[in-house]
Design a protein around this ligand. Sequence first.
Ligand code: OGA
Ligand code: MN
Length: 295
Amino acid sequence: MAPSVRKLHQHFVGEVSGIDLRKPLTPDEARTIESWMDEYAVLVFHGQDITDEQQLAFANNFGERENRKGGNVTRKEEYRLNSGLADVSNLGKDGKPLPRDNRTHLFNLGNCLWHSDSSFRPIPAKFSLLSARVVNPKGGNTEFADMRAAYDALDAGTKAEIADMICEHSLMYSRGALGMSDFSDEEKAMFKPVLQRLVRIHPVHGRKSLYLSSHAGAIHGMSVPEARLLLRDLTEHATQPEFVYVHKWTLHDLVMWDNRQTVHRVRRYDQSQPRDMRRATVAGTEPTVQQQAAE
Ligand code: OGA
Ligand code: MN
């Protein structure tokens, strides 16, 4: 059966059927999925009971994988997953929910703020692929917003005003918004701000997107309060219900999204119960603005 897609939202999101992610994709299937990603920006696959290795193999169809280094405060010895997937669960190495005051847990709460994955890296992520291995009983929906539709809906004056703006992104800004400020010198060096354009152009179809993220905390040539107010206003605009799709997880869903044209966040959930989500990340291929590569 050839794969097919059904649109789930007026602007974006496709639900794909007729594909088994446990098996290698044919080159034709891989091209089809990639072209649907360009168009729909988020794809939903139901009933995909896959292993970590199968998830990584699926991700490899779309480019190099991103290295997890520098994206969290967890020491390697404490990683629960050693397969290469990013651990987006609330679980520790012992398989139990992390204590409420655990620093990794507090840091992971940053995913509840609207963001684009690894916008804090000089070359930010292309696609993310998230697999639901254990669904939490209460809350934990993931919401996506279409940054192309949000850009298109701006008035001409705002489009002109923001056209060439350059933002600074760092994990210290997103975590700072939640009140975390106890970064070690090593973390401060690791989380050194990087530059990103505020408006980016999709390399395939050429549509413009707002490149927003809770990691953005400053804009070149602007005072910090003015920059933060503008970013806040734009985020409020871009995440109005008409631009948002809410994904309610069922076991073995796999959702993949294009970080170049969407933002996402997870809603609060029951932290006394497990939620096991695992992510493969496909690296981007170029920076959004020329800058010195991270040391
Ligand atoms: C992510 C993320 C949201 C979720 O994996 O990048 O933000 O629902 N996850 O866990
Ligand atoms: Mn994310």
